[in-house]
Design a protein around this ligand. Structure first.
Ligand SMILES: Nc1nc2c(ncn2[C@@H]2O[C@H](COP(=O)(O)OP(=O)(O)OP(=O)(O)O)[C@@H](O)[C@H]2O)c(=O)[nH]1
Ligand SMILES: [Mg+2]
Ligand SMILES: [Zn+2]
Length: 330
């Protein structure tokens, strides 16, 4: 239910205990971070005699794993939470919505085998509410509109999180994630922080990921604000879809003359036709392309078989390229 430095908190039938992963688990987690226990995991744990830390021996198979690509350095996944049903993408309405970022977060949820929904907070501070809602709804995910502790908004969030479902809040610092949890709890249990007046950004108040049982029976994971969200997939089977976010574009592409249309210069391209007719925004098409590439890369990383096939293809193409350029030159 919570990750601390070097230890974790595990909910057991005897209450929440502090536990440390076994040597073997720690070793595996060093090799591949996602092997270690993360918030939302079911684990096998034994109590330790004499008040020392309990021991986590194994992580049970996961129904889903929310992972993002770690910023910078070698490409690797950072597990955010396990057994996630719904990702609640949180955005505050005291600043313009950044649709591309929301789109990316929804795509990450889909790639990790979870469903995605948008939670727009600070509706009380929004200058043009109808427009914000229209923009958010254009992304094809359910939208909840929250204004502080106002009951209607909280009911919308609860409707996205059925009892026994596990949700994760995903959004930048200052978006109001912890505030939302507190309102759902009906008490100020989690720390919240003021945003900076100048740019409405938060101050990274929440520093640990934590799973909170809500009174209506759902579980909700709060955590530090996330700015960069690189696509990654929890396991090879889960992710080969960008989900509902791009369903309209995928349907459009079905109308292209060629099955492998890249929507660049091919004749009979339905996607370009929609662009030219003004029915589709260039930025959205770019975002779709970029996320498709990122997803394909992430799937290859998760699936050694696919990675090998890709490497072979690249080698073959490069060899052909070499052969062709030699042919040209001599
Ligand atoms: N007016 C208004 N303010 C809100 C609302 N939700 C949150 N806030 C304020 O926004 C600020 C940031 O809220 P937090 O809940 O700490 O934000 P957070 O997303 O948890 O931020 P980090 O923990 O830093 O990632 C606080 O001052 C809240 O009181 C809302 O619906 N309306
Ligand atoms: Mg917080
Ligand atoms: Zn096309």
């Amino acid at each position: 239910v919570r990750q601390d430095r070097g230890a974790c908190r595990v909910a057991t039938d005897a209450g929440v205990v502090l536990a440390r992963p076994s040597g073997r688990l720690q070793h595996e987690a060093r090799l591949e971070a996602a092997h270690g226990p993360v918030v939302g995991d079911w684990v096998a744990v034994t109590a330790a005699p004499g008040g020392s830390l309990a021991r986590v021996h194994a992580v049970l198979p996961r129904a889903s794993l929310l992972v993002r690509r770690e910023a910078g350095g070698a490409p690797q996944g950072q597990a955010l939470a396990a057994n996630v049903d719904v990702v609640l993408v949180v955005a505050a309405l005291d600043a313009p919505l950044r649709l591309r970022r929301l789109e990316r977060s929804l795509a990450l949820a889909a790639a990790c085998g979870a469903s995605g929904a948008l939670v727009l907070t600070k509706a009380d501070l929004c200058a043009d509410l109808p427009r914000a809602v229209r923009d958010a709804e254009s992304l094809g995910a359910p939208v909840a509109l929250v204004a502080g502790a106002e009951a209607a908004g909280l009911a919308q969030v609860r409707a996205l999180l059925p009892p026994a479902a596990t949700g994760v809040l995903l959004g930048p610092s200052g978006a109001g994630k912890s505030t939302l949890v507190n309102h759902l709890l009906g008490e100020a249990r989690l720390a919240t922080g003021e945003v900076r007046e100048a740019d409405r950004k938060g101050r990274h108040t929440t520093v640990r990921r934590e799973l909170v049982p809500l009174p209506h029976g759902a579980l909700l994971v709060d955590g530090p604000g996330t700015r960069e969200l690189g696509l990654w997939v929890g396991d090879a089977e889960a992710g080969d879809t960008l989900g509902a976010t791009f369903e309209d574009l995928e349907a459009l592409a079905q109308g292209c003359r060629f099955g492998d249309c890249t929507h660049a210069r091919e004749p009979g391209c339905a996607v370009r036709a929609a662009l030219e007719a003004g029915a589709l925004e260039e930025g959205r098409l770019e975002s779709w392309r970029k996320l498709q590439r990122e997803l394909a890369y992430a799937v290859r990383q998760a699936d050694p078989e696919a990675a090998r096939a890709h490497a072979q293809r690249v080698r073959r193409l490069t060899a052909q390229g070499w052969a062709r350029s030699r042919h040209k030159r001599f």
